[in-house]
Design a protein around this ligand. Structure first.
Ligand code: CA
Length: 435
């Protein structure tokens, strides 16, 4: 499953990449960036730098089939690259590894001033034009925690262990890390009131999710069988499904989430490819005794033995007070993608099982990922028990939900003995006052 591009002994001649928390030469995620004052184009993160793919093309670094893939990955939106699928993507990764590893020729290294930009100087963009965004609900601990707030005896709905639950989200308001979240206005009806009023949400929350980038799609009417579903996932990112709980709680029945969710979704801007994550594939954890087996169209032996991921996910918070005091961001939770009840292939197979067509550049959210224990719960709704129990911060402040000036930071890291750890880069967003 792994190859020389995963070899932990290999280093990069880009010195900052070696032992970089996110982007060593074994990662090579794709994205869209703009150097200061210049137009957006495709790039690859390497340490504290970004490799400029159009500059690499101009320097003649890619030829043959790899050149076609590099041309697609050089564009200001990566849909065509995602559509190329696993073969061309892996071939381009291999060539980029050759270019950036310590065995690169002196001629390649001499191109550094043309090829590399300081990432800190660049603007990162959403890497593809997202045609459709679907948010799943595959974090079973989150579903249980949230269900318990209103149905303590039967937190999970009867369909949960049969259906990978999802709803269609809003693609137009997906933004890259760093974009502020304006506290949304909406209809709020506190418990005990008989009619709602309109104003800024009083219960703004985050949801820690894994984002899933769809590669090649399918034709309308042609479901993707689960055995083929992995090839339709190109990569992953971090996703913050910002949620206004009071607006959501009033509006969601009977049709589900709407304005309580679609004011903003933040993502980390780099596509961490399925190729880079190969060493971190793990078996799907066995279902607890008594749970039903997945129905036939959601069952694949290979998916059960290789279809899950071991990625640690961290939520951190800073506030006006903690930043003024120079305090480190405070960790609110640590969970793992191992806590998902459904695999990514099951999501793809389920989504298309009725003939619905996916397209390259579609985005899925996994659903909020929470660990079984409270130190791994992925939203404030869970950590504050629906706002009933305030969270005590190291600064002496308390939080039930987010306040203006709070900044939420997601990080992710994949670690396995014998392999170079890789990270996702950050997904962050600052809460600002309502418009
Ligand atoms: Ca969600």
């Amino acid at each position: 499953m792994t190859d020389h591009t995963h070899d932990a002994r290999r280093q990069s001649w880009v010195a900052s990449a070696n032992h970089h928390a996110d982007f060593p030469v074994q990662n090579l995620p794709f994205g869209v960036f703009a150097p200061p004052g210049e137009a957006p184009r495709g790039g690859v993160a390497i340490g504290d730098a970004i490799l400029d793919i159009p500059a690499g093309l101009a320097a003649g670094l890619f030829d043959g089939a790899v050149q076609d893939a590099a041309e697609a990955a050089a564009r200001p939106t990566l849909n065509r690259f995602l559509d190329l699928g696993a073969g061309p993507r892996a071939a381009l990764r291999e060539r980029l590894f050759e270019i950036l590893c310590d065995e690169a020729t002196d001629a390649v290294r001499a191109l550094a001033p043309r090829l590399l930009h300081r990432a800190a100087d660049c603007t990162l963009h959403v890497p593809a034009t997202i045609g459709d965004y679907t948010d799943f609900y595959a974090g079973i601990q989150h579903a249980t925690n949230v269900g318990q707030l209103t149905r303590p005896d039967t937190p999970l709905m009867p369909n949960y262990k049969y259906v990978p639950i999802a709803y269609h989200g809003r693609a137009s308001s997906v933004r890259p890390s760093g974009i502020a979240v304006h506290r949304p206005n909406g209809q709020r009806k506190p418990t005990g009131e008989t009619v709602p009023d309109f104003g800024p949400t009083r219960s703004l929350d985050y949801e820690m999710e894994l984002g899933i980038w769809i590669g090649p799609g399918n034709a309308l009417g042609e479901p993707i069988p689960i055995a083929a579903a992995h090839a339709h996932v190109a990569g992953f990112c971090l996703l913050n499904d910002w949620s206004a709980r009071d607006i959501q709680g009033w509006e969601y029945q009977p049709l589900g989430p709407f304005l309580g969710k679609n004011f903003l979704t933040s993502i980390s801007p780099w596509i961490i490819t399925t190729d880079a994550l190969r060493p971190f594939r793990v078996p799907q954890p066995p279902r607890p005794e008594g749970d039903p087996a997945p129905l036939h169209h959601l069952w694949c032996e290979f998916d059960q033995t290789h279809g899950a991921l071991a990625v640690d996910l961290e939520v951190l918070l800073t506030t006006k007070v903690t930043r003024a005091r120079g305090m480190q961001p405070q960790r609110l939770s640590l969970a793992s993608t191992r806590h998902l009840y459904w695999t990514f292939a099951q999501m793809v197979a389920h989504h298309t099982s009725n003939g619905c067509n996916l397209a390259a550049g579609d985005l899925f959210g996994s659903g909020t990922i929470s660990a079984p224990e409270s130190a791994g719960w992925g939203s404030l709704l869970e950590l504050s028990q629906g706002g009933r129990t305030p969270l005590h911060l190291a600064s002496g402040e308390t939080r039930r939900f987010l306040e203006d000036g709070d900044e939420v930071i997601f990080r992710a890291r994949a670690v396995r003995d014998g392999f170079a750890p890789i990270g996702f880069g950050e997904c962050r967003g600052m809460v600002v006052a309502a418009l």
